[in-house]
Each structure stands twice: as structure tokens, then as C-alpha cells.
Design a protein around this ligand. Structure first.
Ligand code: PGA
Length: 249
């Protein structure tokens, strides 16, 4: 039985004051009877504040991005060791905004995944198709290409140390959620593709859905057999809505 994970991706949002309020609200609301594991991924500059406020709680935290390099002359970058230094458990890699706005290739995403996994972080690998790719019937080909780039570089053992998030790009921040059936179909495809290489890894892998998840649609999505929780953007910035989604797990 796979545990559900609900992870919040704050993106480039927050302030010390707003984070404080949000994290205190989450600490007060996460608790007994919640089956999901809960995590938040704040902007890197607020990870120290998050670590301080959440340490001793059941909520985990992580980064939104990392460098594939270990250390050195890479201005503006954050290393895996720095994330570990602040007790991050997770790091998001290959979010569609990084791929689209910052030109991250499948190869670079795979290298980031490898760096994160080798350092002992749990990478959350985002995959997903653009609207045009869905409309032209290429969803599976795109997702397979993004997934295979990582598997080919790191192998099945390392893949199993991470989490996959299927995020159709047309559903991110748009209010258009994939229907539970649409999402389930792609999740099942991802699991079947993993199973071609290693059935046990496929069975144990957490595959999250992301894209306009809200308290009102989370339970139906999370009840699908191959959906093991969610990666939440907008709705993770408000304690009540994020907690509502966490309870749906
Ligand atoms: P959203 O973002 O929930 O605001 O659609 C999801 C994501 O980008 O991870």
C-alpha cells in the first residue's frame, strides 16, 4: 500500500510574515487521523525560516530546484548539500516552469535528479504535456521521453528513491484540472512503463498529480488507483485550502 503525499510548491511567493502565518496554520491543522504525508517547498531564501518553524512537526520541507553541480563558481545556484544542511527531505526537479521559462532540457533534469538522489534527497520529478501535445495525441510520447531521460541516466534503483509528479502543463495555474479519468490514464501509463523495467519499483513508486488541485476536487483525484497524492501550487499558499487537500488524501 502506497502512502499518499501532498506537497506544496509555493513557487515565487511568500514573505517572512506570510510564511509564518501559513506554517503556523499548517502545524495547527496537520495531525491525528491525516493519512497523507505533508511537505512544503518554499523559495530557497525561506527554507531556513521554514526549517525553524517546522522542526519537530510531522511536516517535511524541500527545495524547488537545485544545481546539478556539487559546489563552486555557479553564481545564484543552490546545491544538494545546502538543501541537506537545512534538513530538506525533498527537492522538485523538472517543473514545467523550469523547463519552459529557463530552458531546462530532459538531460539537465536527469542530471539534477541524479545529483539529488546521490546526495540523499528525495527528488520529485515533474513530467507532463503541453495542451498542443495532448491535442495532437502525443501525451504518452512526451511523458515517456521525459521519464526515460531520467531512467536512462540513473537506472531503476535510483528512480525508486524519488517521487514522480504528473502535471499536465495546461492544468497548471489555469483552474482547468485534468478529470480523474484523464489523470488516472496517464498515471497508469507511467506505472506500466516503470513496470516494463522493474515491477516492484513500479508498484512502490508514488505518482502525484499536479495542476489546479483544490479541496473540492482532491478527494476524487486521490481516490484513483494510481494517483498517490498531489503537488499543489496556488492552493498551497492558503492554510485552510492546503489542509483541505491534505485531508482528502
Ligand atoms: P497549481 O500548480 O496547483 O497552481 O496548478 C501546480 C504546480 O505547478 O505544481
Amino acid at each position: 500500500m502506497r502512502q499518499t503525499l501532498v506537497a506544496g510548491n509555493w513557487k515565487m511567493n511568500g514573505s517572512q510574515e506570510a510564511n509564518h502565518q501559513l506554517l503556523e496554520g499548517l502545524k495547527a491543522g496537520v495531525g491525528e487521523g491525516m493519512k497523507s504525508k505533508v511537505a512544503v517547498c518554499p523559495p530557497a531564501i525561506y527554507i531556513a525560516q521554514t526549517a525553524e518553524l517546522l522542526s519537530g512537526s510531522s511536516i517535511a520541507w524541500g527545495g524547488q530546484n537545485l544545481s546539478p553541480e556539487a559546489s563552486g563558481a555557479f553564481t545564484g545556484e543552490i546545491s544538494a548539500d545546502m538543501l541537506l544542511d537545512l534538513n530538506c527531505e525533498y527537492v522538485i526537479v523538472g517543473h514545467s516552469e523550469r523547463r519552459a521559462l529557463y530552458g531546462e532540457s530532459d538531460q539537465l533534469v536527469a542530471e539534477k535528479y541524479r545529483t539529488a538522489e546521490q546526495a540523499g534527497l528525495t527528488p520529485i520529478l515533474c513530467v507532463g504535456e503541453l495542451l498542443g501535445e495532448r491535442e495532437s495525441g502525443d501525451t504518452e510520447a512526451v511523458v515517456a521521453r521525459q521519464l526515460d531521460a531520467v531512467i536512462d541516466l540513473v537506472g531503476m534503483q535510483a528512480i525508486s528513491a524519488g517521487v514522480i509528479a504528473y502535471e499536465p502543463v495546461w492544468a497548471i495555474g489555469t483552474g482547468k484540472t485534468a478529470s480523474p479519468e484523464q489523470a488516472q490514464a496517464v498515471h497508469a501509463f507511467i506505472r506500466a512503463r516503470l513496470a516494463e523495467k522493474d515491477a516492484a519499483v513500479a508498484e512502490s513508486m508514488q505518482i502525484l498529480y499536479g495542476g489546479s488541485v483544490k479541496p473540492g476536487n482532491a478527494a476524487e483525484l486521490f481516490s484513483m488507483p494510481d494517483i498517490d497524492g498531489g503537488l499543489i501550487g496556488g492552493a498551497s499558499l492558503d492554510a485552510e485550502s492546503f489542509l483541505g487537500i491534505c485531508r482528502a488524501g
